[in-house]
Design a binder for this molecule. Structure first.
Ligand code: TMP
Length: 208
């Protein structure tokens, strides 16, 4: 059995990631292509519990290192409990965020550095490198405008625009560093235009 393809979606907050994943799902259903969709942090009961701890607005005392390790822990659980089996069974797996989020958010924006993130995510990086990462490329300023401001209950959103600008810079660096794997999808147009770019990118790489 050939291992299934692994696609991840990345990008700053409010870039229309959820909408694009929905559009991709509709396309795959229409084309009769089977897939499994999951998200990070989350996707398993344990990983969703870890997600709640990380995103809880009351956890202001959480250190950056603790946060990064919790993301890595949620990730390993998802991989071992669900994704490994599905990929081994030849399924197409789509994940809403993956280790690049840790590089951009914790490594770059929180300043922990890429080397630290690489080290604590060794298991994920060694065994589950995505075949294609779709980076929805839209500046945080544009993204924030679209979303209509921050959700005040979310600890991550409280960090503000400066933080999100650094996240964006991180993604740009990653897209440059991993040119073969990460496709920057210009997301400044309409949702239909962005969707068409995503389909084209996946077809070009023989993923769908
Ligand atoms: P979401 O809003 O796309 O569901 O993502 C939840 C938040 O988690 C988002 O602000 C990005 C953040 N995140 C990280 O900071 N590091 C990670 O490794 C992952 C997977 C998500």
């Amino acid at each position: 059995m050939m291992r299934g393809k692994f696609i991840t979606f990345e990008g700053c907050e409010g870039v229309g990631k959820s909408r694009q994943i929905k559009l991709l799902e509709e396309y795959l259903v229409k084309e009769g292509i089977k897939y499994y969709l999951t998200r990070e942090p989350g996707g398993t009961t344990i990983s969703e519990k870890i997600r709640n701890i990380i995103l809880d607005g009351a956890n202001v005392a959480m250190s950056d290192e603790c946060e990064a390790l919790l993301y890595a822990a949620a990730r390993v659980q998802l991989l071992k409990e669900t994704l490994k089996g599905r990929l081994d069974a030849g399924e197409l797996v789509i994940c809403d965020r993956f280790v690049d989020s840790s590089f951009a958010y914790q490594g770059k924006a929180r300043g922990l550095g890429y080397a630290f993130i690489e080290k604590i995510n060794d298991y994920a990086i060694r065994n589950f490198t995505p075949d294609c990462t779709l980076f929805l490329d839209l500046s945080p300023e544009q993204a924030f405008m679209r979303k209509g401001g921050a959700d005040k209950t979310d600890r991550l959103e409280l960090s503000g625009l400066e933080f999100h600008k650094r996240v964006y810079e991180g993604y740009k660096e990653l897209a440059e560093k991993y040119k073969d794997r990460i496709v920057a999808i210009d997301s400044s147009g309409t949702k239909e235009q962005t969707h068409a770019k995503i389909i084209a990118a996946l077809k070009e790489r023989g993923i769908i």
